[in-house]
Design a protein around this ligand. Sequence first.
Ligand SMILES: [Zn+2]
Length: 345
Amino acid sequence: MRNLSRSYLNRIIIVFMTFLLIIPFMAFGCQEKDKTEMPVNSPGDERIKSDNILRLDTGFDGSLAFEHVKRQVDFGPRYSGSQAIKQTREYMKSQLESFGLKVEVDAFTAITPNPKFPKVEMANLIAEIPGEKPEVIVIGSHYDTKWFPDIHFVGANDGGSSTGVLLELARVLSKNRPKYTLWLTFFDGEEAMNGVWMGTDNTYGSRHMVDRLRKEGKIGSVKAMILLDMVGDKELGIVRDANSVNWMVNTIWANATKLGYKKHFLDLGMYIEDDHIPFLKAGVPAVDLIDFSFGSTASNCGPGGSGNCYWHTDQDTLDKISAESLKVVGDTVLASLPDIADQIR
Ligand SMILES: [Zn+2]
């Protein structure tokens, strides 16, 4: 993905405006903190008690999600068309089937601008959890890692983390019948195949899925889409993506707050281009949960620059992510799903 869909200046303005909005929130936040220190029976204490219950109730196991990330990283660089991505696909499919889920492998050929890979065989994986309603909520993650000619890029965070969370979500969600049918979707080809993210050299899998649903007349049955990307950072800070629809962002931030995870869900706005964009263009409400400050205090920064030093570098390794961060995101998605379902029209 990238966050330069608008001009750099625009982004600066958005970040600046968000900070202006945060100032009153910060003051409010301090008052909230004071409240929790009041004697028993204060509203703050009630909130803490319900937080603990929510924490225990989701069933999401961060260590299982972390194990899924490790297994992917062990396959090595998993760029589209590689032997390692095929192994990853087999691993994901067998895991999903072990949860009793029906898995569709939707293979397609992508034409790329990289002369080394003019045609790439790609495949999306879709695991269905039947709901009370036939209409669908898509929960997605890309599972490819970016191809580099010169570095060994294993994408523990970028590609690995969200895929690990989605596999663990599959295990938890498969135990109950949700209100809406869920399509847990693993996208191939999110990353640019020819270096820089430009034109149609990215989001191959999500564009393929939306095109196909349109052709089959089914896009109208997809009522919402939740995308996860780069959600494993030990210092997790999810940004408010300004391309995502507001009501979904607000619903997720409210649930994160209830769970006691507010510090990981920032009041910082950015415009993010990612696999949710084809869905938004097709009129599907969508949200991207992404941490775009990966390695914010590191030196030796890559193309993400200071504040996002490990992004798209050989520093995106297992030691930079944590089971706790994966659980924060998994819990928050699980807690938010019923509220999102209730707001679907
Ligand atoms: Zn990437």
